[in-house]
Design a protein around this ligand. Structure first.
Ligand code: NAP
Ligand code: ZN
Ligand code: ZN
Length: 350
């Protein structure tokens, strides 16, 4: 074991503070990564504040959050073949899985039927707690490490590891592309990547935001249309319009209202994760043979595909780089939607 430093929440709702802990020595297939940057995902806040406890078997404190990890390889185990010292690599929301179930074999490790080992607030296959990316380094099996785009800056690519793949995966699965009308609800960390990727895939993209404050940004990011959901007119004007709606909002919003914006056979996909269940009316679905679905990040293969796609199209996240000492302040600003559009921690400040 060797010492690592990071920032941790010592208990639910406690502010994050410096924390020292142990990381395992690299095994034969492990890669040691010096973390350069880590994005702040809204999920980090949900977990550090224990807002999902109803849906989780175990919650582990002290908790070092962070699953948008970008860094450089500093050492490799004896049998590592995919990476070498000096490579620019990333780690997303999970660091292992069972590797043998049907879903793992299909490259859908995020839906492993045995156990997806989440990057933090989880236990690895040896039962040791996992600690995330608000830290100086991480040790991960090479099969769960991603290669970062060579032509793009590491800081602005870090959030691709969660925000990027969480939108890329459903956009691809539900076939966003030319001739498809796609709406993104919420222009935050996830939403702004949905706009960029949806646009790059050739779909017509509409942002549904609480107000028109971010309209100019939305258009710059690639949106064709922008509507305020605080304006009731939006819901009459856009009734039956979209093929696909991706909801990135974690607040309690009325899903039925949004389902009515789908055309026949349209789908609304949930990626935002509210604390509590939200009722769905049957008529909102039956009235247009509509589907309500959900999606969770993406597998390793698809995450690499997304990173390569972003490299090819020059897509990065719009970020505000912060010091680790400002992490609690950054959390408050995320909660107020006061971020354009992702905070990324510069780990050199640790
Ligand atoms: P974020 O940056 O805070 O963005 C959320 C956006 O939702 C805000 O920018 C805001 O957009 C909108 N919003 C906020 N409060 C709202 C309210 N009261 N009513 C309506 N809209 C509101 O968060 P994020 O990092 O993108 O994450 C969003 C959600 O996705 C979180 O629940 C997170 O845990 C979850 N998540 C899920 C996955 C997955 O795999 N499914 C992966 C990562 C994150 P406007 O200002 O434009 O309205
Ligand atoms: Zn995330
Ligand atoms: Zn599995």
């Amino acid at each position: 074991m060797s010492k690592s430093k990071g920032y941790a929440a010592s208990a639910a709702k406690a502010p994050l503070a410096p924390f020292t802990f142990e990381r395992r020595e690299p095994r034969e297939h492990d890669v040691v990564i010096e973390i350069k940057y880590c994005g702040i995902c809204h999920s980090d806040i949900h977990q550090a504040r224990n807002e999902w406890n109803e849906y989780q078997e175990e919650v582990i404190f002290p908790m070092v959050p962070g699953h948008e990890i970008a860094g450089v390889v500093t050492a490799v185990g004896n049998n590592v073949t995919k990476y070498k010292v000096g490579d620019k690599v990333g780690v997303g929301c999970f660091v292992d899985s069972c590797r043998t179930c049907d879903e793992c074999k299909r490259g859908l490790e995020q839906y492993c039927t045995v156990k997806t080992v989440w990057t933090y607030n989880a236990r690895d296959n040896d039962n040791a707690p996992t600690y995330g990316g608000y830290s100086d380094r991480i040790v991960v099996d090479e099969n769960y490490v991603l290669r970062m785009p060579a032509n793009l800056p590491l800081d602005a690519c870090a959030p691709l590891l969660c925000a990027g793949i969480t939108l890329y995966s459903p956009l691809k699965h539900w076939k966003a592309g030319p001739g498809k009308r796609v709406a993104i609800i919420g222009l935050g960390g996830l939403g702004h990547m949905g706009v960029k990727i949806g646009h790059a895939l050739g779909a017509e993209v509409t942002v549904l935001s609480q107000s028109l404050k971010k309209q100019a940004d939305g258009k710059r990011l690639g949106a064709d249309h922008f509507y305020a959901t605080s304006d009731p007119e939006t819901f009459t004007k856009l009734k039956g319009y979209f093929d696909l709606i991706i909801n990135t909002v974690s607040a309690q919003i009325d899903w039925n209202e949004y389902l009515n914006l789908l055309r026949v056979d349209g789908s609304m996909v949930l990626v935002g994760l509210p604390e509590r269940d939200i009722p769905v009316g049957a008529f909102a679905l039956t009235g247009g043979r509509r589907s309500l679905a959900g999606s969770q990040i993406g597998g390793i293969r698809e995450t690499q595909e997304m990173l390569d796609f972003c490299g090819k199209h020059g897509l990065t996240c719009d970020i505000e780089v912060v010091t680790i000492q400002k992490v609690n302040e950054a959390y408050e600003r995320v909660l107020k939607s006061d971020v354009r559009y992702r905070f990324v921690i510069d780990m050199a400040t640790l």
